[in-house]
Structure formats: C-alpha cells, structure tokens
Design a protein around this ligand. Structure first.
Ligand SMILES: Nc1ncnc2c1ncn2[C@@H]1O[C@H](COP(=O)(O)OP(=O)(O)OP(=O)(O)O)[C@@H](O)[C@H]1O
Ligand SMILES: [Mg+2]
Length: 233
C-alpha cells in the first residue's frame, strides 16, 4: 500500500526527512511514532504529495506518487485524515461527508447507504449531521474527519495524530473505532505521539527522531524495548 525508499525532504535549505525507508503492507496497522517536530506531519504530507520528496522514491498503492497527483489519491482508495481535522467549518457535517464521498468515483454504494454506515460507526455524530462542522466539539470534529475519510470505503487510511486534544475517554473510543476498521480489512497508517496507545493496537511501528527512522519493528517488541522507550518516552 505504501513504500518509502530513502526519502529525503528539505524545507528550503533545512533538511527534514533523511533516508526515510518505511512500508505498509495490505492488511497491516502500522504506527508512526515520534516527538514534536520529528517530521511525522512532513511524512504525511510527503505521502500525499503535498510536500515533494527531493530524494528517494514514494510509491502509493503500487504506483509512483509523482505520476499520481494528490487529487487522485482518493480515487485510488486512499483516505486521508490530516492533522487538525481540516473540516470546512461553515458546511454541515453531511456536506463535509459528501465532499469525502464525491472525491471517490464509482464502485460505491449510494451516499445515503454510506451515511447510514458512518452514523452507526460514529453514534456521536448521528444527531449532528445538519450542524455546521465548525460548531462541533473537538471530539466530534475528530470523528467527522475520520468519517469523511472512510465514507468512500478506502483500502488504505493515513491518519495524522487524530487523537490530539481528545479526552482519555474519547481517545479510547477513537482507538476502538480505528481497531474496528482495521479488523474489517482496511489498511491503516496511524501517526501518533501516544506510543503506548498506538503500539497497543498496531502490528508494526516506526519511531521517527529528527527526521530519521531511529527504530522499527513489531509493535510488541517496540512496546517492551527499553531502547525504544528511551527514545520516545
Ligand atoms: N513548510 C515548512 N517550512 C519550514 N519548516 C517546516 C515546514 N513545515 C514543517 N517545518 C518544520 O519541520 C519540522 C518537522 O515538522 P512536522 O510538522 O513534520 O513535525 P511533527 O513530527 O508532525 O510534529 P508534531 O508532533 O508537533 O505535529 C519542524 O521543526 C517544523 O517547524
Ligand atoms: Mg504533526
């Protein structure tokens, strides 16, 4: 689903990602961990082609990202949940979801059926479908941002710190939903700062420090590894 090979990204003259090699295979839930400023969002932006990799290669869904274009990712089956939710605040919840649905063309059940599915997966937003997204609580907005990515039935979802700012109870709910969509067969790349939470539901993990992959491995090994802990805790 995703292959980064020796990816290097610079902001102006400042190198950010250095020799980042990572992959996500079909069916996996992979967690990308790292402290503030490690380059996690830069990796997210590189995966969606918003930030261009100056070195190395990025393949998404088996295709060279440079030949795809960000605007075609949804149609290829990639759902994106950007940092900070990025909803359209003056549009209603339904209108925000409609945009996610329309970005994916063909081969889906109709919008109403998908809306029903999202309402049962996210009971918290069921009663708020006609409310302006900007007036939702932070937790509700986080759910809408994920529903918007899922409504087109993507094969692969990439999430950038979706649990940021949520209460412990809502974080738990959010992780349960993430686990549930993974169980249903969706491949997930979850960018997280909460290593314990992220690794507890992941198959594998990568720890990014100062733009480099400092550690990687099965989630269980990272959870119990002292070296990994000293890196990110
Ligand atoms: N457009 C930009 N121009 C210059 N520097 C940038 C730009 N975007 C990000 N950076 C810098 O690159 C570094 C990595 O940022 P990035 O957003 O990838 O970190 P992050 O791991 O997502 O952190 P956080 O956990 O705080 O979200 C930071 O020092 C940031 O200031
Ligand atoms: Mg970030």
């Amino acid at each position: 689903m995703l292959d980064l090979k020796d990816v290097g990204t610079t902001y102006g003259a400042v190198p950010m990602l250095r020799d980042v090699t990572m992959s996500v295979r079909a069916g996996e839930l992979v967690c990308l961990l790292g402290p503030n400023g490690a380059g996690k969002t830069t990796t997210f932006m590189t995966v969606c082609g918003v930030v261009r990799a100056q070195r190395g290669a990025v393949e998404v869904m088996g295709k060279n990202l440079a030949t795809i274009g960000t605007e075609n990712l949804a149609a290829l089956g990639v759902g994106l949940v950007p940092e900070g939710r990025r909803l359209f605040p003056s549009l209603t919840v339904i209108e925000n979801l409609r945009l996610g649905y329309d970005a994916v063309s063909g081969g889906r059940p109709n919008f109403e059926a998908q809306l029903d599915k999202m309402s049962s997966l996210f009971p918290r937003i069921r009663e708020r479908l006609r409310q302006a997204a900007g007036t939702l609580s932070g937790g509700e907005q986080a759910m809408v941002a994920l529903a918007r990515a899922l409504i087109g039935e993507p094969k692969f979802v990439v999430m950038d710190e979706p649990s940021l700012g949520l209460s412990p109870k809502l974080i738990g709910e959010y992780f349960e939903i993430t686990q549930e969509i993974h169980r249903r067969g969706t491949t997930v790349l979850l960018i997280e700062q909460n290593a314990e939470m992220g690794l507890s539901i992941a198959d594998r993990g990568y720890v990014l420090i100062k733009g480099r992959v400092a550690q990687e491995g099965p989630a269980k090994e990272l959870l119990s590894s002292k070296a990994a802990k000293s890196l990110y805790l």
